[in-house]
Design a protein around this ligand. Structure first.
Ligand SMILES: Cc1ncc(C[n+]2csc(CCOP(=O)(O)OP(=O)(O)O)c2C)c(N)n1
Ligand SMILES: [Mg+2]
Length: 328
């Protein structure tokens, strides 16, 4: 992997924030399995470890007022969009202080203030929502952009094609980002998709498609920022396939036995975090002590988030009747 900072030439402080954000997600995700085993979290739990370079590269390429919409593997994405770890952890604990007041859990996180518009459990079900959100931007004659993230499995759904068609037809400001982690649960891309280079699926809609190394945060950043600029200028949607890997099973209950040890090892060597920290050191942006200090700070931040979640109250029973309809 070659990390290059010659496209948008990011400054030292942004590069260090990128590193910190990836570490925050890893520390958050790696704290979850033990808490789940202790019965502190319930329901599904889909972890993002390994895919941090995609979420963080995307989030850094966005403006604060741009919208992010994603599938259910989204703890890392909402953190990358700027939501503090406390309310994200509290959501996993089902507490009232959670981002969705404890009613959404792992798959249905939402932070309208930071323009993280969910967290959806139906594979590809959120793509039309992203297009609708994009259409509302056109309607309001505003210059925000929507970035819609989804898995490789979503590209085999009919609704993926409907969304791509409508977005291109109306030149909607949406950037579609496919996180191709090689599997939909235990089914490899090659067994589910007639086309393995998933970026090619956008050509039917005359939407520019490209493939990037999803373990390389700067490559993701460059591609997404270019696509966002294009959308903001009114030129319509783009589609980016980021090739990545999840280090853990599909969900907490998946031991992942369908993947060979050799495959896992190969991808672990491509871990986006140590590769980026090595690059930061080699390029003179930081020394070992600063890199290690960031890990310790983020670990402490996650410990505080866990404490916040533990101490927070459960939702009141009355909460069962609220947030059922938008105006209720
Ligand atoms: C419409 C629909 N069909 C099936 C499922 C069951 N399901 C949950 S996750 C998943 C795999 C999706 O894989 P992918 O889109 O690659 O996302 P990843 O889990 O790899 O991030 C499936 C089939 C679902 N949630 N929704
Ligand atoms: Mg997948």
């Amino acid at each position: 992997m070659t990390l290059k900072n010659d496209c948008f030439r990011l400054g030292a402080s942004e590069l260090m924030r990128i590193y910190r954000d990836m570490v925050r997600i890893r520390e958050f995700e790696e704290a979850c399995p033990a808490l789940y085993s202790q019965g502190k979290m319930g329901g599904f739990l889909h972890l993002y470890s390994g895919q941090e370079a995609v979420g963080v590269g995307v989030a850094h390429a966005m403006h604060r007022e741009d919208f992010m919409v994603s599938a259910y593997r989204e703890h890392g994405l909402i953190l990358a969009k700027g939501t503090p770890p406390g309310p994200v952890m509290a959501e996993l604990f089902g507490k009232v202080t959670g981002v969705s007041r404890g009613k959404g859990g792992s798959m249905h996180m939402f932070d309208a203030e930071r323009r993280f518009m969910g967290g959806y459990g139906i594979v590809a079900g959120h793509l039309p929502l992203a297009v609708g959100l994009g259409f509302s931007i056109l309607y309001r004659e505003s210059d925000e952009v929507v970035v819609c993230l989804f898995g490789d499995g979503a590209t085999n759904q009919g609704v993926f094609h409907e969304a791509m068609n409508m977005a291109a037809l109306y030149k909607v400001p949406v950037v579609f980002v496919c996180e191709n982690n090689g599997y939909g649960i235990g089914t490899s891309v090659g067994r589910a998709s007639s086309v393995e280079q998933l970026y090619k699926k956008s050509c039917a809609y005359e939407t520019p498609g490209s493939r990037v190394d999803g373990m390389n945060v700067l490559e993701v950043y460059d591609a997404v920022r270019q696509a966002i600029n294009r959308a903001r200028e009114g030129a319509g949607p783009s589609y980016i396939e980021a090739v990545t890997y999840r280090f853990r099973g599909h969900s907490i209950s998946d031991p992942g036995t369908y993947r060979s040890e050799q495959e896992r090892k190969m991808w672990k060597e491509r871990d986006p975090i140590p590769n980026f920290s090595r690059w930061l050191i080699d390029q003179g942006y930081a020394g070992e002590a600063i890199i290690q200090g960031i890990v310790e700070e983020e670990r402490a931040l996650i410990a505080k988030a866990i404490e916040f979640a533990e101490k927070s109250p459960d939702p009141d029973l009355e909460e069962l009747w609220t947030d059922v309809y938008a105006d209720a």
